[in-house]
Design a protein around this ligand. Structure first.
Ligand SMILES: Nc1ncnc2c1ncn2[C@@H]1O[C@H](COP(=O)(O)OP(=O)(O)OP(=O)(O)O)[C@@H](O)[C@H]1O
Ligand SMILES: [Mg+2]
Length: 291
């Protein structure tokens, strides 16, 4: 079972004091890395004996873990807090099947009470480096803080980029909300270009990708900066540009270089996979000129 599935499973069974303890620990872990019972008691505003009781139960469920004399929140713990926030705000009602496992995230289907399906992206940057820095106490605390911060920051950045792109074109997925290490997205019905699906008109599809890169650059002042056949989805007619956490502003010193790289990698793929003979340099000049 993945961390997300474990987090979803505990959602309905946690008691109010356990949520308070988990929430206090999450704050403490973001600020200090780990927390002993005294700090945990203050941050959760619960007496020490009750916090100890809740902490034992949360540790057994894998939502927190012992760190020296104290505790730290786990990935499951942070994900459970995010799921609870979405559920409390009536944004989602249930977690569905996994859609995709990426390098930096796992994407799940999430359902509203009315049955609308969203894509819920859980960031998991830096999971493997966790044990390597466990040598010193300072290193360990910095590491706990840094994986939470890095993943929350990625989710927030992706949300903000997609909000800036909203309404410009259906090629950008809508972002509904973000919480902690997760971002809630419109669910798209496409597959990655990298799987080389049948496309009715590959030239038109490539033009549509370039057109969307241009819109993002000229109208939202954004460059995706990680575009390739892995971050473009298609259903054979429409295209969607996904995965925006690393997007940079058009004013960034490397923006043009990154924009050129995006265009060239998409162009090289359309040439390789679909035999499309386009001129990426002309496309780059046209996009730059539109800003
Ligand atoms: N809004 C969405 N609707 C449907 N599926 C999606 C959506 N967003 C992402 N996916 C699926 O999840 C996969 C990973 O998403 P994304 O590229 O955003 O994350 P990632 O962690 O960078 O993945 P990778 O490292 O593989 O690029 C996508 O290739 C796609 O299959
Ligand atoms: Mg990706």
């Amino acid at each position: 079972m993945s961390s997300v599935e474990r987090a979803a499973r505990v959602l309905k069974s946690l008691k109010a004091e356990e949520w308070r303890t988990l929430s206090g620990l999450e704050k403490a872990s973001r600020g200090y890395g780990a927390a002993d019972l005294g700090r945990l008691s203050r941050m959760s505003r619960l007496p020490p004996d009750r916090v100890r009781f809740a902490a034992d139960s949360l540790t057994k469920r894998g939502l927190m873990t012992r760190r020296g004399a104290g505790y730290a929140v786990t990935r499951e713990g942070v994900e459970a807090m995010a799921l609870k926030e979405y559920a409390d705000k009536d944004l989602i009602f249930a977690l569905g099947a996994i859609i995709a496992k990426g390098k930096e995230s796992d994407v799940y289907e999430a359902l509203t009470e009315e049955g609308t399906a969203y894509a819920l992206k859980f960031y998991k940057i830096g999971r493997t480096s966790f044990t390597r820095v466990r040598k010193t106490r300072m290193g360990e605390r910095a590491e706990i803080r840094s994986w939470i911060t890095a993943n929350c920051e990625a989710a927030r950045r992706e949300y903000l980029a997609l909000k800036a792109l909203e309404g410009l074109s259906p090629a950008f997925p809508k972002a509904m909300a973000h919480s902690r290490t997760t971002v809630l997205l419109e669910e798209l019905s496409g597959v990655r270009l990298s799987s080389r699906p049948y496309i009715e008109d590959p030239e038109a599809a490539e033009r549509a990708v370039f057109g969307s890169i241009k819109l993002a650059y000229a109208k939202a002042g954004l460059v995706n900066a990680d575009l390739s056949e892995y971050n473009v989805l298609t259903d054979g007619r429409s295209v969607w540009l996904i995965d925006w956490p690393q997007a940079v502003r058009a004013s960034h010193p490397n923006a043009l270089e990154l924009l050129s790289h995006d265009v060239r990698s998409v162009s090289a793929f359309f040439r390789r996979a679909y035999g499309v003979e386009s001129d990426p340099e002309a496309a780059i000049r046209e996009i730059e000129g539109a800003a």
